[in-house]
Design a protein around this ligand. Sequence first.
Ligand SMILES: Nc1ncnc2c1ncn2[C@@H]1O[C@H](COP(=O)(O)OP(=O)(O)O)[C@@H](O)[C@H]1O
Ligand SMILES: [Mg+2]
Length: 376
Amino acid sequence: MATVTLSKLDKTYSPGKKDSFRAVKGIDLEIRDKEFMVFVGPSGCGKSTTLRMIAGLEEITGGTLKIGEQIMNDVEPKNRGIAMVFQNYALYPHMTLFDNMAFGLKLNKTPREEIKKRVDEAAEILGLTSMLDRKPKALSGGQRQRVAVGRAIVRKPEVFLFDEPLSNLDAKMRVQMRTEISRLHARLDATMIYVTHDQVEAMTMGDRICVMKDGNIMQVDEPLKLYNDPQNMFVAGFIGSPPMNFFPGSCVEDGGSHYFAEAPSEDGEAFTLKFTGHMVSAAKKQGTQPAVFGVRPEDIEVSGEKSESSITAIIDVAEPMGAETYLYLNTPTGRAFIAKVQAEHAFAIGQTVHLKFNQERTALFDQASENVVKGA
Ligand SMILES: Nc1ncnc2c1ncn2[C@@H]1O[C@H](COP(=O)(O)OP(=O)(O)O)[C@@H](O)[C@H]1O
Ligand SMILES: [Mg+2]
C-alpha cells in the first residue's frame, strides 16, 4: 500500500539566515494508494519543494512524511520506494537507450537477466523497443521524455513523482504524452504525484487536484468538483479558461428580494442584479459585508431586453471562435469582463447588450477572506 501522507509538512530554506524563506507552510494531505494526484499552482507556490521533500531530495524542516505506514523524513531517497521524472530529462548522451534505462539498476547490482527483463518490459510499454540501441541525440523530445519515464518504470517504484515532465515539449507532443502518462497510470497501478503549473494538464490527468498558493493548499478535490464548487476566489480564478469574472460589491435586501449591487464608481452607474435560487441564501448569509459576485464566461447569456435580472454592458471586442464567440465587455463603471456566448448573433464593437447569468452556477465570495459564501 503506497499512500503518501503529509502532516504539517513544512519547508524553510536557509532557516535562521537573513535570506531564509518559508516555501511550504505546514500542509496536510493524504494521497491515496494508486491515486493520480496533481499539484497545480502558479510558479513559486511550492509544488517542486513539496515533491522534492517526498522524494528525499530536500530536507524536511517540520512535520512528517509517511509512505505507507513508514515515516520517511530521514530515510534515504533510494529506500523510499519512489522514482522521479524531471522536466529536463538529463539522459546520458554517450549511452544507448538501453543503458540509460538500465543505469540505476546496474548501480544497485540488479542481476543482468533481471535488468534486461525490466528494460524490455518498460520499452514495450513506452513503444521504444526498436530504439534501444540508439543514443539520445537520435530521438525526438517526446521519445527522450519516454526514456526518462522508462528509467523510472524499471525501478518498479510504489510511487512515481513527476515534476513538470512535459514542459519542454511542443504543444502537440504535450497532449500526446499527457494521454500516455494517464494510460501508464492505469496500466502500472501505482501511486503517482504529478506537478504542473498548467491547469489543463491538471484537469485532464488528475484523479484529484491539489491547488497550491504561496506554500499553502487552497483546495483538494476531483477536477469537476474544483471547477463547479471552488472554495475560494483563488481556485475559482485559477481553474477554467477564460477565468471566472469577479464583480466586487455588496448584497442588498429590498422588499423581500435580494440583489447584488456592484461597487459604486464615479465613472458610470453601477449595476444592480436580482438574485435567484441559491444566490438568495448566500446573500442572506453574507448580509451587508463586502462581497464579490463570481460568474464564469460560459454562464453569461445575451438576452433581448433589460430586466431586474440582467445587466447592461458595452462590447469592447468580439472574438468569433467558431462554435462560440468571446465577448470582451465593460460595465458602465468600466469593469472589464469576458462572456463566452453562442455564435448565432452578430456583434459590433461599442454595441450595448443586456446580459443574463445562469445563477445556478454563479458564486458569492466574502471580499475580506476571499472564501465562498453558501447559504443554509
Ligand atoms: N534552494 C532554494 N533556496 C531558497 N529558496 C528556494 C529554493 N528553491 C526554491 N526556493 C523558493 O521557494 C519557493 C517555492 O519554489 P518551488 O517549490 O520551486 O515552486 P514551484 O515548483 O511551485 O514553482 C519559490 O519562491 C522559490 O524561489
Ligand atoms: Mg517547480
